[in-house]
Design a protein around this ligand. Structure first.
Ligand code: OGA
Ligand code: MN
Length: 202
């Protein structure tokens, strides 16, 4: 599904600045079908309020994040999810070969930000544990523009007075180092869909 050239671009960007944004990675029929799948789960009421923290300290904190999530079951992936996992597997192999990262597997959830929701500035590692190494985001939205809000604000590692606002347009793939790249989701004015996952160690 993926050209070596685009995979190389992602790796170069991560090596250079710790985060990467790339478009046109996936065929449009794959994206259309995945968009339909996530909307079906959403209409079926399968999503839950997202929490903050891990284990006993996992709590719903609407003042920090107000999205809804549906965790995917690695043992029961749909054919479309399996295709995405295959792509991530190529990325994982490549990152391990180039950065000796010891990435073992991938965990992911669909996320929906209903109109008005956001996720305040944070890192994707918990205070207690740091097994999440690389965050991978795939946006699944129709015709998103700046005016719709919901941008991913990426704070530049090394100088957090600088940031880049990434618009969650359809098919855009973003990845970054989970432990060092601060980021937030600005308030979204429309229902915003994504598939969010983490390459992690054990
Ligand atoms: C997250 C997150 C960003 C986004 O779920 O941890 O930061 O753009 N998501 O959805
Ligand atoms: Mn995050």
């Amino acid at each position: 599904m993926l050209s070596k050239k685009k995979l190389g671009t992602i790796l170069d960007e991560i090596a250079e600045k710790e985060w990467s944004v790339i478009d046109d990675l996936f065929p449009s029929d794959f994206l259309e079908e995945l968009k339909a799948e996530v909307r079906q789960f959403w209409e079926d009421g399968d999503f839950r309020k997202a929490g903050v923290g891990i284990g006993d300290s996992l709590t719903v904190r609407p003042e920090i994040r107000s999205d809804r999530v549906l965790w995917l079951d690695n043992a029961q992936l749909t054919p479309l999810q399996k295709q995405y996992w295959d792509f991530i597997e190529q990325l994982r192999t490549e990152i391990n070969q180039n950065f000796f990262a010891g990435l073992k597997f991938f965990e992911a959830h669909f996320a929906v930000y209903p109109a008005g929701s956001f996720y305040k500035k944070h890192l994707d590692q918990f205070k207690e544990v740091n097994y999440r190494k690389i965050t991978c985001l795939l946006y699944l939205n129709d015709d998103w523009t700046q005016a719709d809000g919901g941008q991913l604000r990426v704070y530049h590692p090394g100088d957090e007075t600088q940031f880049t606002d990434v618009i969650p347009i359809n098919g855009r793939f973003v990845c970054f180092k989970s432990g060092s790249v601060y980021h937030e989701v600005l308030p979204s004015k429309r229902e915003r869909f994504s598939l969010t996952g983490w390459l992690r160690t054990n």
